[in-house]
Design a protein around this ligand. Structure first.
Ligand SMILES: [Fe+2]
Length: 364
């Protein structure tokens, strides 16, 4: 579909940038008046066929923690009691029902509960309990903040839980052999998930939503990208949680300014951390063997550096395995650059990668 920007892009740069309105992404700074979030905890998705999604989830590497009526709670092997809540769709259509961030402490949770439009509910029936604030946004999306969950015991010194690795020592490099007389041994299986890493929207109400997230919470920019043909139009931000000196994932959330032809905001993908490159490739083969649809991967991103692998779930949502992502802290400056290639290696980017996969899915 041709839009006005496509036509204007044929004009010389000085002219096209003068006649299009400026659409900047403003700089933001965290301050103590904002709600301080500690991490991303879980996401909510509605699926038309819950059992089919449960089959996908198992092959993707989630562990089913609890079934409760029309909801299934899936966990990883990190500290969160669950990282993905799938419910049966009441409308018969797939729908993203929002991310749930974990508040830093009770005081920050109480601040979130006082934001305009916030409602508070108990999570008594969910694994780990706790409480949740929900803010319904005017564009039909939801933002949740949780606190008081009983976290899982994670024994990090026992090594990564795995469904594929029999024995794995350090990598031997040409100049340095650190694995001596030991063997790398693996078998087929799913890529076990550690945690929920990030999610992002292609957003029709871009400026309002960006203002909501950055003025109320400690979300700050890692990388801001401008349109390749219009340097006066910022089109995407990768945001991290400002945790001060503490290191935090390069992006926990991204917002992309929806191109003019997009009618409605949608979640682009959600992403889950796995242990390493071998896990990625073994997980890829496992999903392929079980006849799920690969979207894009395995490859290496540029911004955030993750090794990525995108799949289509049973409802058409794009869902990503990632490993080896960057971390940043308060001393990491916001970078601004032109939107360009998003991988340094990997298969060719599919033409419909930006699209809403739930609209593309042909029911099987
Ligand atoms: Fe991602």
């Amino acid at each position: 579909m041709v839009n006005a920007l496509d036509i204007l892009s044929y004009l010389p740069r000085f002219l096209r940038e003068r006649i299009t309105p400026k659409m900047p992404i403003p700089d933001v700074k965290n301050d103590p008046s904002k709600v301080q979030l500690a991490r991303l905890g879980h996401v909510y998705f509605e699926h038309p066929d819950l059992n089919k999604f449960a089959r996908f989830a198992k092959d993707f590497g989630f562990v089913e923690e609890k079934r409760d009526g029309n909801a299934i709670y899936f966990r990883g092997y990190g500290r969160d009691p669950y990282i993905y809540v799938a419910t049966k769709s009441k409308t018969g259509k797939p729908k993203f029902m929002g991310p749930a961030f974990v508040a830093r402490d009770q005081k920050e949770f109480d601040k979130a509960a006082k934001l305009p439009g916030a409602t508070v509910k108990s999570l008594d029936r969910a694994p780990g309990g706790g409480q949740m604030v929900t803010i319904a946004r005017p564009n039909g999306t939801f933002m949740h903040v949780v606190y008081g969950q009983q976290e899982r015991d994670v024994e990090e010194n026992k090594g990564e839980p795995t469904a594929t690795h029999d024995s794995q020592g350090p990598f031997n490099t040409p100049f340095e052999k650190r694995r001596l007389g030991q063997f790398q041994r693996y078998h087929e299986g799913p890529a076990l998930i550690h945690k929920l890493g990030h999610f992002g929207y292609v957003c029709k109400e871009f400026d309002e939503e960006l203002d909501f997230y950055t003025s109320n919470f400690n979300l700050v920019h890692s990388d801001i990208l401008w349109h390749p043909q219009f340097s006066n139009i910022d089109v995407l931000t990768f945001m991290h949680l400002d945790l001060g000196q503490e290191w935090s994932d390069h992006h926990i959330m991204f917002l992309q300014r929806a191109p003019p032809e997009v009618k409605e905001t949608y979640v682009h993908h959600s992403s889950y951390e796995v242990a390493d490159f071998d896990t990625q490739l073994l997980g890829h083969e496992w999903l392929a063997k079980n006849k799920w649809k690969s979207v894009w991967g395995v490859g290496r991103h540029i911004l955030g550096s993750q090794i990525f692998d995108y799949w289509q779930d049973s409802s058409g949502f794009k869902i990503e395995h990632y490993a080896d992502g960057d971390v940043v802290n308060q001393d990491s400056p916001t970078r601004r650059e032109v939107a360009g290639p998003i991988s340094v290696w990997g298969p060719e980017l599919p033409k419909d990668f930006g699209a809403d996969g739930t609209k593309l899915l042909v029911p099987s």
